[in-house]
Design a protein. Structure first.
Length: 136
């Protein structure tokens, strides 16, 4: 989730620059929650050996994220879709990745199942309320 607050995201200027289409839901997770899952795996390796977990605390569109951040900052934030060609110019691999994800969609994550492992798993709104690092 923290990546939406990078200076390059454009929030300070009222924009959320993101390469995903406005309708596409993307899984997001807070870095704190990634660490929590890692700790749980180290504490109980038998429960996790041979398993793969798709991690997310929320699945939102870029427009939904822009609206939530805008509400927090009490200002209008607009999602601006960055063209894949711009990404490809900067990084061919990144352009290829987003081109594929935008066409195929992102995996749907079973957040309810993850909450049985980590009951404190943060949604985007919960994370936004706990973070102090908001560009203005």
């Amino acid at each position: 989730m923290e990546n939406v607050l990078l200076p390059t995201s454009g929030i300070a200027g009222g924009k959320l620059y993101d390469p995903t289409p406005a309708h596409l839901k993307v899984p997001y997770i807070a870095t704190w929650d990634i660490g929590t899952f890692a700790v749980k795996a180290f504490e109980d390796p038998a429960a996790f050996i041979g398993k793969t977990l798709d991690l997310a605390g929320d699945q939102l569109t870029a427009s939904e994220i822009a609206a939530k951040i805008g509400n927090k900052l009490q200002k209008s934030i607009t999602h601006v879709q960055v063209p894949i060609t711009v990404l490809t110019e900067q990084s061919p691999l990144l352009g290829e990745l987003f081109s594929h994800l935008n066409a195929q969609g992102y995996p749907q994550v079973d957040i309810a199942a993850l909450k049985t492992i980590h009951p404190g798993l943060l949604s985007f709104s919960e994370w936004l309320e706990t973070t102090q690092v908001i560009p203005v």
